[in-house]
Every structure is written in structure tokens, then in C-alpha cells.
Design a protein around this ligand. Structure first.
Ligand code: GLU
Length: 477
């Protein structure tokens, strides 16, 4: 096989949409897996939207995700003359014709057809104009668009995701390739540029499937080699509608700014529609490159699951060296302590926290939220937890436990667990009846890492103080 050359061709919109990033990723993975080239083309013919800032956002987003590209990015707007040349070639070869129909008339006809529930097709009015008729109109300075002369028959292609796709040409019409205002349409620009860039595989969103037969017809009419096509499924929100800003964040940077690691984002996006073919869900960049192929891309839309994204972020954080995790959470914890007049943790305590919380850390910036009770005493206790676990005999049980804790010489998780077990036995109750209220008074919450490890880290004095405060305050509520 000759060298694989793929491209990501975003139209700048002001942000890098997660769907766009996923398309870029699939292109990038395919290129890297095949030792090919991943190219960028900025489709900036809409000059109003394509500001320098909007383009920069795309570069920054791709770089942040580690999606490095080969060669210089191509700006579509610099090639409008070449796009016009393509139109002229099609006119010269008889594959296209000038259409002098007034656009208002056509719009009215279209409106009438659509009102009757019919699909509008251009009736081919100008298809049969003779050369002299055309020349005469041109002489009069009549405005024209250029239309592609659709050959009879059908177009078939084998999509790398969807398999065979066949379109009967009578479902299409003689589509415009050059507008009355002299600008070539998207179909022409894409074919001209993909061909110029030597693109071998066009990998893009499903929403472009209906463009592909038209583009194939253009390649054929121009005598250019037709690339392979892969249309990847759309990303859907939880309501199964196409993911958009309506669903909350739809831009990659919003996620990375909220604490999602770039490596998580990549891993997550890759699994939206693709799987490595085994149970693995946490993959590094290299693992994805190695395993990537189109056989495992499903044609169905893939739902963007925020909870899974958070879970995956925790797994990627957990895979980092403890020191690195600590260095990342330290500034957030220091700030939290400053705001709450608490002593900030040092590195050795920090590393113990990292170990204790393990894969519970879903994002660095949420560390203070997760770990607050190591710095500030709880002053309110989870209401639902109280309702569920705080019984009339709880204060008495905890007081006994607190007395037993006093007697422990070596304050460690193992000794604490033994002490709780012995106390439960002494009271003839299940140990859960002690552990749940214990967690409430120590952390204010119903969820935490193992409570004995939490107590070990809190230390003896603080643990006992919190049990006593909890018993006093929760009881008189
Ligand atoms: N610029 C188009 C888009 O952003 C992509 C065109 C293509 O990939 O062929 O949807």
C-alpha cells in the first residue's frame, strides 16, 4: 500500500468541538498506526467565522491532546483560484454547464415543491442550452451559476465503517459547483484540496455521508483517483441527540480546563465508537495506536457519558506516580487551607493522602472537596447519613468506642479495626452499626476511603475529639 495520508479539515467555529476532536483523533490514530501522514486543512472560506483566534483555538486544542500534525497546515481560502480552475476544467470537458436560471425563481419552485412534501430537484432547464445560446447570454452579461451534469446511473462506494453504500443518481440533481457570486462550493473545494494534498483516506463525521457520492462523481469527472472513505458515527448527548452546547460542555478546552487530563480525553474520545477488541478501557496513546483499525468502529452513534469520563480521569490520575499526583493537588489544597485558616499539608502527609484516596481522585482541582476533612473539622453531618445510621443507642456505642480508642497505644489501622471488632462483640452488635456513625462523626460524610486508614491519618487526638463533638452535636439536634 502506498503511504497513508489523512487529514483533519475543521471549519473554525471558535472552539474545538469534542466531535471534531474525535474525528481528528481517528485520523491521527490511523496515520500513526500505518506510519502515514496526518495533515491539517483549515476550511476557512467563511471569512467571517474564520478569525485568527478561531483557528488558534483548534491548533491549541489539538496540541494539548498531543495530536501532532505533519507538514504545514493548508488554508483552504488560499486556494480559491485552484477551485475555480477545477470548475473550468469541468466546464471545458462538458461535465458541467452554466445555469442562468434566476435564483428567486428556483427558490420559489423549491418552496412550492417542498410545500407539497416533495423533494426538489433542479429540472435541468439550462442543461441543453447550445453554445451559441450560452455565448449570447454571456454577452448580455447575464449572471450564472455552474452546475455539475449528473450522469445517469448510480454511485457505489465501500465505506470503511458502513460497508457498501449505493446512491441512485435520480435521488440527486445537477448540483451547483460555482455560485452566481463566483465562489466555488464546498464539494469542489474538498475534492480539489484532498486531491492536491494526496489524501488517500477521507475520515470524517457521518454527517458528510450524503456529500460523498457527489464528491466521487467530481473525482471521476476530473479523472482523479478516488480516495477511500470512512464516516465515523456522531457523538450523541444522553438524550441520543447530536452532542451540542445544549448538553453542557461540548468543547475540548472546557473539559481540560475543568480538570480532565488530555490523556483521559484522548482515551475517552477513542472509545466513543471504537474499541480495541478486548476488555481494555484504559489505554495509553501508544496502546491506542497499536490497536487501532476501522473494523472495530461501530456505525451507530456513540453516547457521551460524563460519569464515565470522570471515572476514566480517576484511572488516569491513579496511573501517575504518587509524587506527580501530589505536586498537582498540592496548590489546590494549599489554597483551600489558606482560605480556611488551616495548616497546609507537607509532602509526606500529602503522599499519604494520595495513597489513601487512590483512584478516588477524579480531578486535581476537586482534591480539596474530596479531602477537606483532613484539614477542617466537620461542622455539619450528612443529613441522609444521620437518618439512616444514627440510632438512639448510637451515642452510647460511640462513647464506649471512644474510651477503648483512648487505650490504644499504637495508633494504626490494624489496631483500630481490632478495637472496633472487639467493641461490636462486647455490645453484641454488627460492626457496621459502629462503622457508619463513626464515618459520619469523623468526616461528616457517608463515603470515604477505609475508615481505619482515615483515622490512622487523622491521628488519635483529632479522631477522639471528633467522636466526642459528633456525639454531642448530633444528639442534641
Ligand atoms: N470542514 C468540514 C467540517 O468541519 C469537514 C469537511 C470534510 O472533512 O470533508 O465539517
Amino acid at each position: 500500500m502506498s503511504e497513508v495520508r489523512v487529514r483533519f479539515a475543521p471549519s473554525p467555529t471558535g472552539y474545538l468541538h469534542v466531535g471534531g476532536a474525535r474525528t481528528a483523533l481517528f485520523n491521527w490514530l490511523y496515520a500513526r498506526h500505518n506510519n502515514g501522514k496526518f495533515l491539517l486543512r483549515i476550511e476557512d472560506t467563511d471569512r467571517k467565522r474564520s478569525t485568527e483566534d478561531a483557528v488558534r483555538v483548534i491548533f491549541t486544542g489539538l496540541k494539548q491532546l498531543g495530536l501532532d500534525w505533519d507538514e504545514e497546515p493548508l488554508y483552504q481560502s488560499t486556494r480559491i483560484e485552484q477551485h475555480r480552475d477545477i470548475v473550468n476544467r469541468l466546464l471545458d470537458s462538458g461535465s458541467a454547464y452554466r445555469c442562468f436560471c434566476e435564483s428567486e425563481n428556483l427558490a420559489r419552485q423549491r418552496g412550492e415543491q417542498e410545500k407539497r412534501g416533495k423533494f426538489y430537484r433542479y429540472p435541468g432547464t439550462c442543461r441543453s442550452l447550445t453554445n451559441s445560446e450560452v455565448a449570447e447570454r454571456l454577452k448580455k452579461g447575464q449572471q450564472y451559476a455552474v452546475r455539475f451534469k449528473l450522469p445517469p446511473g448510480r454511485t457505489k462506494f465501500n465505506d470503511m465503517v458502513h460497508g457498501d453504500i449505493v446512491v441512485q443518481h435520480d435521488e440527486l440533481d445537477d448540483f451547483i459547483i460555482l455560485r452566481q457570486n463566483g465562489t466555488p462550493v464546498y464539494q469542489v473545494a474538498v475534492v480539489a484540496d484532498d486531491s492536491y494534498m494526496g489524501i488517500t483516506h477521507v475520515i470524517r463525521g457521518d454527517d458528510h455521508i450524503s456529500n460523498t457520492p457527489k464528491q466521487i462523481l467530481l473525482y471521476q469527472a476530473l479523472g482523479l483517483p478516488v480516495p477511500e472513505f470512512a464516516h465515523v458515527p456522531l457523538i450523541l448527548g444522553a438524550d441520543k441527540k447530536r452532542l451540542s452546547k445544549r448538553h453542557g460542555a461540548a468543547s475540548v478546552t472546557e473539559y481540560t480546563e475543568s480538570g480532565i487530563l488530555p490523556e483521559t480525553m484522548l482515551n475517552f474520545l477513542a472509545l466513543l465508537g471504537w474499541s480495541p477488541g478486548d476488555d481494555r478501557e484504559i489505554l495509553t496513546q501508544q496502546e491506542m495506536i497499536d490497536a487501532f483499525n476501522f473494523k472495530r468502529i461501530t456505525p451507530k452513534g456513540a453516547v457521551f457519558d460524563e460519569t464515565k469520563l470522570q471515572w476514566m480521569n480517576a484511572k488516569h490520575i491513579f496511573a501517575m506516580p504518587a509524587l506527580k499526583i501530589w505536586q498537582n493537588i498540592q496548590p489546590h489544597l494549599a489554597e483551600y487551607c489558606r482560605q480556611n485558616n488551616a495548616a497546609p499539608p507537607d509532602e509526606s502527609f500529602g503522599l499519604r493522602l494520595v495513597k489513601l484516596f487512590g483512584d478516588r481522585i477524579q480531578s486535581f482541582r476537586e482534591a480539596p472537596d474530596l479531602m477537606s476533612y483532613f484539614f477542617v473539622d466537620p461542622t455539619n453531618w450528612d443529613e441522609k447519613g444521620i437518618k439512616k445510621h444514627w440510632k438512639s443507642d448510637t451515642p452510647e456505642h460511640l462513647q464506649l468506642l471512644s474510651r477503648h480508642f483512648q487505650d490504644i497505644d499504637k495508633w494504626g489501622a490494624e489496631q483500630l479495626e481490632l478495637c472496633v471488632d472487639n467493641t461490636a462483640e462486647e455490645l453484641e452488635i454488627k460492626r457496621a452499626k459502629l462503622i457508619h456513625p463513626l464515618r459520619l462523626v469523623l468526616t461528616g460524610r457517608t463515603h470515604s476511603p477505609g475508615i481505619f486508614e482515615v483515622m490512622e491519618l487523622l491521628g488519635k487526638d483529632l479522631s477522639i475529639k471528633r467522636i466526642n463533638t459528633g456525639v454531642e452535636w448530633i444528639s442534641i439536634k
